[in-house]
Design a protein around this ligand. Sequence first.
Ligand code: DC
Length: 219
Amino acid sequence: MSYNIAIDGPAGAGKSTIAKAVAKKLQIIYVDTGAMYRAMALYMIREKVDPADAAAISAKCKDADITIAYEGNEQVVYLNGENVNPYLRTEEVGNMASTTSVQPEVRKKLVELQQTLAAKTDCIMDGRDIGTCVLPNAQVKIYLTASSAVRAKRRYDELTAKGETCDLAKIKADIEDRDYRDMHREHSPLKQAADAILVDTSDMTIEEVIEHIMSLCRR
Ligand code: DC
C-alpha cells in the first residue's frame, strides 16, 4: 500500500510551497491537483468556452486529454500532448479553474487520474477535496489555511517580487470570491475532512509549518 499525505485548503494558504518541501524531505512525489484543474481551464479559455455555459464545459472536457509526468522531480502537466506548465499560473487561468472545476464531468476525469497515481506512488497531494473525496484513506490529512488578508499579502509580495504591478485590495477580493466558489459548490466543496488536522499558518513562518507537518507525519 502506498503512503499518502493529503493537504487541502483555500487558495494562497501555502499548500504547494509546503507540500513541495515535505515531499523533498520524505523523498516522495508532490502531486499538484490544482495544476490539473488549471490545465482543463486553459483548454476552455483556448477553446473560447463561455465560463457560464455549464453544458459546453461538460461537453468540451471530454476532448481534453490531461496527463502528468515527473521530469527531474517536477510535475509536468500535458494537455493533448503539449507541456502546458508555463501557462498555468496566471490569475486568469486560476479564476477560470475555480469556475470550470464545479462541473462533475471535469472532476470525475481528474479525480480518477489522481487516485490511480496515488494508489501506485507514495505522494503528498494538495488540492481542495483530497482528504474528503480523492484519498479518504490517506495516512495523514492536513487542512492548511490562513486569513484572507495574510493570503492576499503573500500573493501581492510574490507578484511584486516578479516585477508585476498589482492591487492588494483586488487580490484580496479575488481570493475571497474564489474561497466562496470553492467552498459553496455542489460537488466536492472545499472543507476540512473530519479526521484532518487544522494548521493555521497566518502567524507561522514557512519553516515552522514544514517542521509542524513533518512532526505530524512522524506520529
Ligand atoms: O490550487 P489552485 O489555485 O492551483 O487551484 C485552482 C482551482 O482549481 C481552484 O480554485 C479550485 C480548483 N481545484 C479543485 O476544485 N479541486 C482540487 N483538488 C484542486 C483545485
